[in-house]
Ligand binder design. Sequence first.
Ligand SMILES: [Zn+2]
Length: 100
Amino acid sequence: MKKLPTKINILGIPYRVKYCDTPEICSCDKEEPALGWLNFDTSVMRVFKGKRSREQIWKTIWHEILHAIFSETKLFKYVGKQEEKIIETISAALPTVKFD
Ligand SMILES: [Zn+2]
C-alpha cells in the first residue's frame, strides 16, 4: 500500500493532510468523534491515525476525498442525507479496484 500522503490535490484544490492520534481531535462535532474531517476554510484534511491499519487509514482518506468531490461538484445537493451512506460505500469499494 502506498505511503500516506501529506498533500492531496482534488479538482485543482490543494489540501494538506494532517494525521492525529486521537479521533476526538479530528472531530468537528464534539458529541461524536470522527475518523476524518475536512476543513473547507483552511483546506486541511485531518485523519485519525492512532494504531489503525494502513487499509483503514486509506479508507478514511478516500472517504474525505469523496466529501471534497461531493462538495466541489455540488453533488451533495442531489444526495442530501444519503451522502454519508453513499460515501461510506464508495470509499470501501475504491480500494478494492484492481488494474491489470
Ligand atoms: Zn463522512
